[in-house]
Design a protein around this ligand. Sequence first.
Ligand SMILES: *Cc1c(COP(=O)(O)O)cnc(C)c1O
Length: 251
Amino acid sequence: MAVVVLSQVNYRTGKLRDIAATTKLINDHGAEVIWDLAHSAGALPIDLNGAGARYAVGCTYKYLNGGPGAPAFLYVHKDVQDGGWQPLSGWHGHASPFAFDADYAPAGDISRFRTGTHSALAYTALEASFSLWAEVDMQALRDKSLAMSELFRECLADRLEAHGIKDMTPATSERGSQVSLIDSQHGYAIVQALIARGVIGDYREPGLMRFGFAPLYLSFEDVWQAAHHFRAVLKSGEYQNSQFHVRSAVT
Ligand SMILES: *Cc1c(COP(=O)(O)O)cnc(C)c1O
């Protein structure tokens, strides 16, 4: 069987895919889809059950704020849990882990996807984050996220054209929690100059400057300050300094 792996939010453009419609289309063609929620979890409401999704994966160190080394997650719909297989099998996924059987027998439910002993410290940090998430109204969070990306765009709008920067951020109805700007000539150096000022975006070829907004803990003033630095970097031309043109492994 063919398997399609798709990010719900396109990490380049920030464009949001329709999980329900896309899952149906792929399933109708006899294939499966595994949704990558790395740029969705903690950024917007997700209803996998309602959308008919069967499989999803993601990380918890981005919007979910689990910190460095935070564990990944996996979702498998109840109806297909006993059909899926985890190639990295370990004793925590065994049907009876303490029986020490010679042969491997996977557990009948979601726990078959576990491997071995997890990092207790990483889970403790994530648990602290989740205790906050338990109180979050995801629709309110979504509204804040969109208001933040709009504010950032509005604060920059009158400066982009003069500098040859293109705003390719999708309309709010199909946007993740990021703003995507293109400057194929100076994009890398602008992002480096912003990082030096404490505004952390990232850069992807060709020319893509990506700014993600973590609505749980960023304030509108933070966004305004980030845009203020962006304007200052453009106005001063400080991105032309040679230090901002040195390419490092992480961009
Ligand atoms: C960050 C990210 C992941 C997570 O990758 P790890 O190897 O777990 O760090 C997965 N998919 C996408 C699209 C990502 O941006």
